[in-house]
Write a protein that binds this ligand. Structure first.
Ligand code: PEP
Ligand code: MG
Length: 578
């Protein structure tokens, strides 16, 4: 049966392939009775799943992907130990027999019991191992429902796969970076969740907030993902398929044409040079930056180096990663944002946060200041890398002056230590602040005279201004970059930066949306930082824009409060002179 579903488009392009379902234990596990004469077969089914997962883990251990954190192998060994322990490989067998239930249900019961026991352990390290138990059970469940191959090991088989997940964490996405998926779709998430942002860096089409896709789509079903319109079509009929193949070709052709703009300077018709910078998550992204024609890196999200591992990277490992990027970018700026952990980007090594509103909790600079040793290590690594290129340091989520004082004091401490140790660094390393909390945007004088530059993080600024969780699909339709409150905060921040003579960049997803390019230019923005794939589209708009002509309309937009009228004015801005 053919059917389509609508969600939110987060990464453009069209993919045609087959569904590959990604299972999570948080989803419901079915419970059914097994007739006494079939209990032996059910136990055998369980044993086969255990054997299969054992082989999988052993195989993975032998083929640890290049670039995986060093702890990855140790982590696989631990999973093998957990699997082989009789609490997981034997007890569920007895439960099947005693209760006459299916293997999945026996496994779930045993997992719940083990997790409860782990939660009572005093030692926080051991307590955290319950996550590992969950992950092993997840693999077993996948094997039981007939989805035995791991996402890590069957690269060839996945060449036309479309990943269908209920939800994906940014850490999951990081692992999928090494996979040849055609596209991915999820039930949950918003357009600017960190998972969606990572999807953009994969350069594959994706749609989120589909609500029930995971439950409705079956493994292996043919499907189309339209990343432009946020639509998926399952079991498309031949006519629809032909139409989409045509669109896919046109899209590829357009992308190739746009690539020719790579070396063209991003200058407006009136001769103003606009800086187009790139957002990256890892040193491996530098290749894409080079190909995009970006003139520097406006946001290096350093937290991804800290994910999918048990312990945080040490100073040497961080230094090497930052240095690699600085050297590869040569004389171009590399803006390294200090660890922005918390909310939808938890660390494996930190205890699970039970806060009801983690986005308002111990996140980003707050987290770093609560862990001064960890922060100091990162500051030392960034400083050391600064003598190998043009590094700028960016502090996330500032909301009050004390945070800035403390961060700057730690930076001074890091410099003093390096000086005493005779290690080189750039003494005048520019320090900037992310403006992504409304309080910071409204009270810029708190920071502006102690910072060398500002970077507006609209993903969070929208989240916090409109009180819309950026990861929550149920309110994703209310997440509106064109809300007058957001527009006024963005434009005020740009103006204040100009008055104070400090550069202001914008590094949230708004910067990569060509529909908003002219509006932001009209507000006075001269530095845009975005995922490299979006750079040619934005550049194309800049090349066709005359800044003086934008003024009357952008001024009107800033005093318009009616949503329809505002959208109409924004559209008019885009149609004009194109
Ligand atoms: C932002 O909030 O706009 C931003 C760039 O930071 P992140 O998306 O990593 O939170
Ligand atoms: Mg942010």
């Amino acid at each position: 049966m053919s059917f389509s579903m609508h969600g939110i488009a987060v990464a453009q392009g069209i993919a045609i392939g087959r569904a590959r379902l990604f299972l999570q234990t948080s989803l419901e596990i079915t419970h059914y009775a097994i007739a006494p004469q079939h209990l032996g077969a059910e136990i055998q089914r369980f044993d086969q799943a255990v054997d299969l997962v054992r082989t999988e883990l052993q195989e993975l251990e032998q083929h640890v992907p290049a670039g995986a954190p060093p702890e990855f192998a140790a982590f696989l060994q631990l999973h093998l130990m957990i699997l082989n322990d009789e609490t997981l490989s034997q007890v569920p067998r007895s439960l099947i027999e005693q209760q006459g239930c299916n293997a999945e249900w026996a496994l779930k019961q045993q997992m719940d019991l083990l997790i409860e026991q782990f939660e009572q352990i005093e030692d926080s390290y051991l307590r955290e191992r319950k996550e590992d138990v969950t992950q092993v059970v997840e693999r077993l469940l996948k094997a039981l429902i007939g989805q035995p191959r791991t996402l890590m090991s069957d690269k060839k088989a996945d060449a036309d796969s479309i990943l269908v997940a209920h939800d994906l964490s940014p850490a999951d996405m990081l692992l999928f970076k090494q996979q040849p998926f055609q596209a991915f779709i999820t039930d949950m998430g918003g357009a600017t969740s960190h998972t969606a942002i990572l999807a953009r860096s994969l350069g594959i089409p994706s749609v989120v907030a589909l609500h029930h896709a995971w439950a409705m789509i079956r493994e292996g079903e043919p499907m189309i993902v339209d990343g432009m319109n946020g639509v998926i079509i399952v079991n498309p009929d031949p006519l629809v398929l032909a139409e989409y193949r045509l669109r896919q070709e046109q899209w590829t052709l357009e992308r190739q044409k746009l690539k020719r703009l790579r070396t063209t300077r991003a200058t407006t018709l009136d001769g103003t040079l606009i800086e187009l910078l790139a957002n990256i998550e890892s040193p491996d992204d530098v290749d894409a930056v080079k190909k995009s024609g970006a003139t520097g890196i406006g946001l290096y999200r350093s937290e991804f180096l800290f994910m999918n591992r048990r312990d945080p990277p040490g100073e040497e490992e961080q230094f090497n990663a930052y240095r690699r990027v600085a050297e590869a970018m040569r004389h171009q700026v590399v803006t390294i944002r200090t660890l922005d952990i918390g909310a939808d980007k938890p660390l494996d090594s930190t205890p699970k946060v039970n806060a009801l509103n983690p986005a308002l909790g111990l996140r980003a600079i707050r987290y770093c200041l609560s862990q001064p040793r960890l922060f100091l290590t990162q500051l030392r690594a960034i400083l050391r890398a600064s003598s190998f290129g043009r590094i700028h340091l960016l502090l996330p989520m500032l909301s009050n002056g004390v945070e800035l004082n403390q961060a700057l004091a730690l930076l001074e401490q890091a410099k003093t230590e390096l000086r005493q140790e005779g290690l080189p660094y750039h003494e005048d390393l520019p320090v900037g602040g992310m403006i992504e909390v409304p309080a910071a945007a409204l009270a810029l004088p708190l920071f502006i005279d102690r910072l060398d530059f500002l970077s507006i993080g609209t993903n969070d600024l929208i989240q916090y201004t409109l009180a819309i969780d950026r990861t929550d699909d149920t309110v994703a339709h209310l997440y509106d970059p064109l809300h007058p409150a957001v527009l006024n905060l963005v434009s005020q921040t740009i103006r204040s930066g100009q008055k104070a003579h400090i550069p202001v960049a914008l590094c949230g997803e708004m910067a990569g949306d060509p529909e908003l390019t002219r509006l932001l230019l009209g507000f006075g923005l001269r530095q845009f930082s975005m995922h490299p794939a979006y750079l040619p589209d934005v550049k194309q708009i800049i090349l066709k824009t005359s800044l003086p002509d934008l003024q009357p309309l952008t001024r009107k937009i800033l005093t318009t409060y009616d949503a329809d009228r505002l959208k109409e004015l924004a559209q008019r801005l885009n149609q004009w002179a194109c």
